[in-house]
Design a protein around this ligand. Structure first.
Ligand SMILES: Nc1nc2c(ncn2[C@@H]2O[C@H](COP(=O)(O)OP(=O)(O)OP(=O)(O)O)[C@@H](O)[C@H]2O)c(=O)[nH]1
Length: 267
């Protein structure tokens, strides 16, 4: 947690800067067909905007069976590390990754959940408000793929306040032979389409597609959040239990309204 906070305060490294909309892994296996940021997003990012820090965070949850490689994906991306020793996640773990998208800082909270059944209840309490769900399976174990629908149902049921982007992520690509992978991809494609998810095949051991996946997640959630907020009459933001609302039309003095529980006051 300490390192996550210091990361949020630190400078964005060069390899986390994004100015071009990243492509999906396979255009035919994604429901998200857009190939560029929205016009509103470009406009918002170009204007000198003191509201920009209101949209600078997204929450991503990573779910899937035991030992499919959830922690390894996150460690490979955040620390460029791969550990062959398996240490099961207890409950949930938390990481923050900092990006710069179209010159705005963007923080991604990544919630690594335990695959073990006994921790499900704890993990589910962290799903609320997620902007993205990574459902992870092991490309060498069909059972883990078959369980993805259950993971998705449970995650979506708990995400009552948001409509998250869904990614179906197959791991351990380094362990599967080319011809076997080709056959498998047809099955995965059907499942991905049936759950309306974007598919990625990755390897935490070699690093294949790991960064591309997280950049894609960052770009989609960033663009969607700004687009949604820009089309609202007023910009509202949930901070803890409070709703902070900014009136967009007031130029000089922004009217800030804070509503907490039943009481509502202006300041
Ligand atoms: N060869 C190979 N092994 C991997 C890869 N990803 C993960 N592993 C191995 O798979 C095992 C489990 O990885 P974890 O990332 O700990 O799995 P997890 O899904 O977080 O497991 P839980 O926390 O118990 O739910 C470890 O021994 C890893 O070294 C990969 O891309 N390639």
């Amino acid at each position: 947690m300490k390192s996550s906070i210091s990361k949020m305060l630190s400078e964005v490294s060069e390899d986390r800067k994004l100015n071009k909309f990243p492509e999906p892994y396979k255009i035919e296996i994604t429901p998200y067909k857009k190939m560029d940021f929205c016009e509103n997003t470009y406009k918002f990012c170009k204007t000198e905007n003191n509201l920009s820090n209101l949209f600078n965070i997204c929450k991503i949850i990573v779910v899937g069976d035991v030992s499919v490689g959830k922690t390894c994906i996150i460690n490979r991306f955040s620390q460029k590390l791969f550990d062959t020793n398996y240490k099961s996640t207890i409950g949930v773990d938390f990481e923050v990754e900092k990006f710069e998208i179209l010159n705005l800082t963007y923080n991604m909270q990544i919630w690594d959940t335990a695959g073990q059944e006994r921790f499900k209840c704890i993990a589910q309490s962290y799903y609320r408000g997620a902007h993205g769900i990574l459902i992870v399976f092991d490309l060498t174990d069909m059972n883990t793929l078959n369980n993805c629908k259950t993971w998705l149902r449970e995650a979506v049921d708990a995400c009552t306040t948001t409509t998250p982007f869904i990614f179906l992520v197959g791991t351990k690509k380094d362990l599967i032979k080319k011809y076997a992978y080709k056959n498998l991809e047809q099955t995965v494609s059907k499942i991905a389409k049936s759950i309306n998810a974007e598919y990625w095949a990755v390897s935490s051991k070699t690093g294949q597609n790991i960064s591309d996946l997280f950049f894609r997640v960052a770009a989609l959630t960033f663009d969607n959040t700004i687009e949604k907020e820009m089309t609202k009459p007023d910009i509202c933001k949930e901070i803890g239990n409070d709703i902070i609302s900014f009136k967009k039309n007031k130029k000089k003095e922004q009217q800030l309204t804070k509503c907490s529980g039943i009481k509502c006051h202006k300041f």
